[in-house]
Design a protein around this ligand. Sequence first.
Ligand code: ZN
Length: 262
Amino acid sequence: MKIRILGNGGFYNEGLPYNAIAIDGHVLIETPPDILQSLNHSDMRPSQIDTVFISHIHGDHCFGFPFFFFNWLYAGEADSHYEKGSMLAIIGPAGLREHLLALLRLAIPPEHQYIRDFSERAKLVEVDEGDIIAVKGNIWFSFMRTKHSLPTLSLIAGATAGPPPSPKRALKEALFAYSSDTAMFEGIHTLLESGAKLILCDTNGEKESDVHMSPAQLIAAARVHGLAGNSGRLLLGTHMSRRIVSQENLRFAQDGEEFSVI
Ligand SMILES: [Zn+2]
């Protein structure tokens, strides 16, 4: 599984590209306001995406959706997904479909064909903690609720040629975990204890808060789980407020970086 960092900035941020990730070149995690630019900087096109995961409906995670989906659907003229009749899978928490529809109606006149096309070409899969779903390309996704100011889901992902694992085995068999937005809570320890070879965690907090973890809180948790040094498993801070490469033993995700996990 190849994990590409498209952007690493949080809502509060001094100008970093907003947090977004690609898996294996065809799965997009988050659609922030600058998603078209971030895909372009990584030589990716919206049309190569077949699955989108949006962790929650704060604007830094979904305000780019109207522009992403417009270009996903119509770019390429005769070769476009519109002409080919393709469907885009969109995965996220309950209420995501209605929220995305509201964004589209703000972005373009409500009577525009685009609004009808969204209903016909987007397959919304609203999920919750403990669900396990198969994703194209022999990938599976599982989810965990976080501690944030809106209902928010962490992503736990793995690869299998067969059916997805049971909920019990999912954490053990995970290759990749993404905390999405969260304050420090016991679920972070669950992710750090998982089998995931790459773990990306929110570090948008400056200090202890109820909304985001701080780098210091994540460093302390990593120490508990032996993730601070060379453990063969990589923990990265992301969703940052300013560009940081490392702090003590914790590295931070940098846009354009790609990691292979097996
Ligand atoms: Zn948020």
